[in-house]
Ligand binder design. Structure first.
Ligand code: FES
Ligand SMILES: [Fe+2]
Length: 456
């Protein structure tokens, strides 16, 4: 549970629950969203200079460096970074660069040990970044570098089971950067969500195509037709907000019931809900005549039996017990929260090519207390706590990201092609795509601010 305090916390109500009130609509324009933003190398460079190197980003899950001496490497654009847990238990993130003559220090994605040795001339660093030993220490005209040089460290914080970092030395604290989102996402017991799926695909599309997609649900009836049986598809019955000051957004989408506009097809609703009925001891047949009542019944039974079933929902509102609370966090990831799990979806830029990016799908499951096996509804399979989670990588189409996300992926490559065409004229957006436009305006605000500061 979040560190709830009696006093009101930003983003929470007086009782410590998510403040679900609709936020004011942002003042946004109607300017074209140019195709160039998705393929120009110049624009990519501006994003690197003024967005990527200025914001907070997610490195990985805290469990990846669970023990002192654990480390993991990852890339962001042209940088390779290494994250360690030092021998005192502190999580740290460094540029993965040897201070001798710049060789990449750690090559494996995961490794372990008290020190990290450079393969070139054998400089050896402790996991807290300190240079521990070098060959021929007497042969340095400027003196022995040990005790003098360290790996270059980045700002980092651990929050909600995620490791966050920033390449901006002057970045504001993470709590301030996330604003109300900081406390709201932590109403879920995220530290107890365990990653059970980790897939990274390299795609032929700009990273913003991914964030655009997760910033709207207008595409649901066409890209994800089968979701209408168990979740709301119409914007009219969802709540969409932007956090204007911080640049993030959220959407509350009712679940555990068919879309309000759906007539018939209830067999499919009951089928998709079956594992929940079984788990919570409900009989699906009781809802055959009115499947829209499932949502209220699920909220009731979860509230009554949550603790006994090993899922303490006491920090969640009734709506959170059945609905999808979807946060898009600037600049590059979304967290789609269900009461017993979450999608973490993140796009990171390619080092040099604006028309390519890396897209991560993680699914995190909240295993009920005392269980090591759980049915992951979002991934349509039973998952085990004890299974080592492989990092699956490949090109789009080569590896699967799960049914729903594969459906999203199916349009991104073709959209990139269209955005690069002379035939694309800058778009024409619905009201429910406000978050898409807001996101682009936020990118522009970062660039404008960065350029203004550079020209001072
Ligand atoms: S570059 Fe690392 S030891 Fe020389
Ligand atoms: Fe989608």
């Amino acid at each position: 549970m979040t560190n709830r305090t009696p006093k009101q916390t930003l983003g929470l109500d007086a009782n410590g629950f998510i403040d679900e009130r609709k936020l004011p609509e942002p003042n946004i324009g109607t300017a074209p969203i140019s195709g160039e933003r998705y393929y120009s190398e110049e624009f990519m460079q501006k994003e690197w200079d003024h967005v990527w190197t200025k914001v907070w980003l997610v490195a990985g899950m805290e469990e990846q460096v669970a023990n002192p001496g654990d480390r993991m490497t990852f890339d962001i654009g042209k940088e390779s970074l290494v994250c360690t847990r030092d021998m005192d238990g502190k999580v740290r993130v460094f540029y993965n660069v040897c201070q001798h003559r710049g060789n990449k220090l750690v090559h494996e994605e995961t490794s372990k040990g008290k020190t990290m040795a450079c393969a070139y001339h054998g400089w050896r660093y402790k996991v807290d970044g300190e240079l521990a030993s070098v060959p021929s220490p007497e042969d340095y005209p400027e003196g022995n570098p040990c005790g003098k040089l360290r790996l270059k460290e980045l700002r980092s914080e651990v929050c909600g089971g995620f490791i966050w970092y920033s390449m901006n030395e002057d970045v504001m604290p993470l709590e301030e950067y996330l604003g109300p989102v900081y406390a709201q996402i932590q109403t879920y017991d995220l530290k107890r969500f365990k990653r059970t799926h980790w897939i990274t695909v390299e795609g032929q599309f700009n990273w913003k195509i991914v964030q655009d997609n997760f910033n709207e649900s207008y595409h649901l009836p066409f890209v994800h037709p089968s979701t209408k049986y168990v979740m709301e598809q119409s914007y009219k019955y969802c709540q969409m907000d932007v956090f204007e000051k911080e640049g993030h957004a959220r959407m509350f989408m009712p679940g555990n019931r068919p879309s309000l506009g759906l007539k018939g097809g209830y067999d499919e609703t009951l089928k998709q809900m079956q594992h929940y009925f079984d788990f919570w001891g409900l009989d699906g047949e009781d809802f055959r005549s009115d499947p829209h009542s499932i949502r209220a019944a699920m909220q009731k039974v979860k509230r009554e039996k949550g603790k006994e079933k090993g899922l303490d929902f006491s920090g969640l509102t009734d709506d959170q017990l059945t609905d999808h609370y979807h946060y898009t966090i600037f600049p590059n990831f979304s967290l789609s929260l269900r009461p017993d799990g979450a999608f973490f979806l993140m796009a990171t830029p390619h080092p040099t090519d604006p028309t390519r990016c890396y897209f991560d799908t993680w699914y995190l499951n909240w295993f009920p207390d005392g269980t090591t096996e759980y049915y992951s509804a979002a991934m349509f399979e039973t998952v085990s706590w004890d299974t080592e989670v492989p990092h699956i990588t490949g090109l789009v189409g080569e590896v699967a990201c799960g049914k729903v996300i594969d459906e999203d992926l199916s349009v991104w490559t073709t959209q990139q092609k269209g955005l690069m065409s002379k035939g694309y004229d800058g778009g024409y957006l619905t009201g429910q795509e406000t978050r898409v436009r807001f996101f682009h305006e936020e990118v522009d605000r970062y660039i404008e601010r960065g350029e203004a500061a550079a020209n001072k």
